[in-house]
Each structure stands twice: as structure tokens, then as C-alpha cells.
Design a protein around this ligand. Structure first.
Ligand SMILES: [Zn+2]
Length: 344
């Protein structure tokens, strides 16, 4: 009986060693240690043994059961560990692969130009004012010395919401709105950036919607030479220290006298090229001394204070500065266009 038990033990251990799956291990467990297994059967036959031999044989049978059970547990653990390792191996992330580049946005070129201009004027003591894009006829035209039926209104036809409200054609209405609030007490030093609208047919240089930056300074003894000084600083900052400016007489209903400002061509330095159309000068913006009527209508006394105003188009400045050939690029949201400006 003892011999039989030893043989069973060796058989079982050899099978466990050779097993290659959890299913096989389970089958071996049932076969050797189950209720119908050979060890249980041997134990049942112990009644035939002498009282002396019985406990010894019982002990041996239990030891063999324990040994087989232990070996099964051990093998199960080894196989479980191997399975986990196999799984980890399959799921390994190859950290030597370069990462996928994250698409990073950048500022729109117009935003950059506007911020640059704002910074410059903030540095000169101006503050930034913003106003409504849907404006009344009064602030958009009348308060700026453009009464109803004034012929200059033709140059600024717009989109009307009602007879008396429209999409503003310039950011100049903020001149009147700002001055009214001050009840005749200056000084005023503001710039007004924002979107404006005109009933224009879109082409390479026209857009029905564009940006404008208005500037206004009102106070005692504000002179044309102050306007010139401010515009000179602006031209040098935006287009280079060696730029010169010139003022040409012009007409605007809200300024008197009125001027157009040109800068010396940054491309050819003045000798004439395609950028300046051979003239050596590039037209940049319009301005002038605030018309006494405009001051009066907004509650300021033109006998006591004077002022200058100017208005510029950031699109035109960006187009010149960065060599952009079509105003529509700014508004078509083509990321290939926008991305070209991620270095500025
Ligand atoms: Zn030129």
C-alpha cells in the first residue's frame, strides 16, 4: 500500500510538471485528490490494516495529498505569473516613437497688428474705448458734422437696421459718445479699435466688414504739430525708425483742416517701386483737427479747447507690413494663411 501511494505521488508530480494549461492542472486536481480519486480509494481500504499500521498509513496518505496539493498551487502561481507577463509584453508602449505633434494655434495677423497699435498708443497716454457696432444715425453721422442729406454720406453707405439705426461705418461715433460723458471737461485721449461696415462689393482691397482704429485727442492747445508728432511715432514704430511721414491736404466732414498721411516707402526707401506705385510714398491714414461743430455738439467749447482725430485701417497696415495681397484672406479662415504668422 505504501508503495502504491509513493507511485501515485510520483505520477501526479510528473503530470503537474508537464501540464501546460490551467485546465490540465484542474483535471489533475480532480483525478488525484477528488472523492473518486485513487488516494481516497486507498484510504477506504485501510480497514484491512492492523491497528498499528493504520495511523502510519493514514499519515502517509495525508502527506502525499498535501504534497500534490502544494505542487498544484505552486504550478498554478507560476502559470498565472507567466500569463500576466505575456499580457504586459503585448501591451508594451514603445516610448522611443516620437510623439504626435499637438496643433498649436497662433494669433490672427490682424489681432497682432491691432495689439501692437494699442500698445503704442497706451504708451503715449491714450486709453482704449469700445462702442456698439449697431449705431444710431445720430452718433454715426449727425454728431460728426454729417447732417442728413450731406453728400459725404454717399461714401459711407451702410447696412440699415431701421431708418435711424445702422451698422456703424467707422469707429468715430465713440468720439461723440466719449465727449458727451465728460460734460465739456477734458482732456480726452482715446483710441477706438473695432469692426465697421460699409455697403462695398468685396474684392482684393474692399470688404463689407473691416477693422478701424480711431484716435482722438482733445484739450487746451492741442495743435496740428501734436497730430504730426503722434503719427510720426506711430509710423516709425510700425514700419521702421527711418520712416518719414508727409501730410497732404484732404477733406473729411468731421475735421478741419483735414489731412492724408503718407509714409516714405519701406520697400524702396523712396526711389519708387511697385509697393509705392513709383511715388516713393504710401498712403496710410486720414486725420485732421476736430471740426468745431463736432466739439460743440458733444458739449465742448471750441473757443477753449481744440483737438485732433485720425482713423486707420488695420487691414491695410497688416497688408503693407506683411505683404498680404488680398484683404479677403483675413476673413476666410484658411488656417494655411493664419499659420504663416505664428512667428510674429
Ligand atoms: Zn517703394
Amino acid at each position: 500500500m505504501q508503495e502504491r501511494l509513493q507511485t501515485l505521488k510520483e505520477e501526479a508530480l510528473t503530470q503537474i510538471e508537464a501540464a501546460s494549461s490551467m485546465k490540465e492542472l484542474q483535471d489533475i486536481r480532480v483525478a488525484y485528490l477528488g472523492k473518486k480519486g485513487p488516494i481516497t480509494e486507498i484510504l477506504r481500504g485501510m480497514g484491512k490494516l492492523s491497528a498499528e499500521e493504520r495511523p502510519k498509513m493514514g499519515q502517509l496518505a495525508n502527506d502525499i495529498r498535501a504534497a500534490i496539493s502544494e505542487k498544484l498551487d505552486e504550478k498554478t502561481q507560476v502559470m498565472e505569473k507567466a500569463a500576466v507577463e505575456e499580457k504586459l509584453k503585448k501591451e508594451t508602449i514603445d516610448i522611443t516613437l516620437p510623439g504626435r505633434p499637438v496643433k498649436k494655434g497662433n494669433h490672427h495677423p490682424l489681432t497682432r497688428v491691432i495689439e501692437e497699435i494699442e500698445d503704442l498708443f497706451l504708451g503715449m497716454g491714450f486709453s482704449i474705448a469700445e462702442g456698439p457696432e449697431v449705431e444710431t444715425d445720430y452718433y454715426n453721422f449727425e454728431a460728426l458734422n454729417l447732417p442728413k442729406d450731406h453728400p459725404a454720406r454717399d461714401m459711407q453707405d451702410s447696412f440699415y437696421v431701421t431708418e435711424e439705426t445702422l451698422l456703424r461705418t467707422h469707429t468715430s461715433p465713440m468720439q461723440a459718445r466719449t465727449m458727451e460723458k465728460l460734460n465739456g471737461e477734458g482732456p480726452v485721449k482715446i483710441i477706438v479699435p473695432g469692426k465697421v461696415y460699409r455697403r462695398d462689393t468685396d474684392d482684393a482691397t474692399h470688404s463689407h466688414q473691416f477693422m478701424q482704429i480711431e484716435g482722438l485727442m482733445v484739450g487746451e492747445d492741442v495743435r496740428m504739430s501734436d497730430l504730426k508728432g503722434v503719427l510720426q511715432s506711430f509710423a516709425k514704430k510700425m514700419f521702421g525708425e527711418e520712416r518719414e511721414i508727409r501730410l497732404r491736404p484732404s477733406f473729411f466732414p468731421f475735421t478741419e483742416p483735414s489731412v492724408e498721411m503718407d509714409i516714405s516707402c519701406f520697400n524702396c526707401g523712396g526711389s519708387g517701386c511697385s509697393v509705392c506705385k513709383g511715388t516713393g510714398w504710401i498712403e496710410i491714414l486720414g486725420g485732421g483737427m476736430v471740426h468745431p461743430n463736432v466739439l460743440r455738439m458733444s458739449g465742448f467749447d471750441p473757443e477753449k479747447v481744440t483737438g485732433f482725430a485720425f482713423g486707420m485701417g488695420p487691414e491695410r497696415i497688416a497688408m503693407l507690413k506683411y505683404g498680404i495681397d488680398d484683404i479677403r484672406h483675413f476673413y476666410t479662415n484658411d488656417s494655411r494663411f493664419i499659420k504663416q504668422f505664428n512667428h510674429i
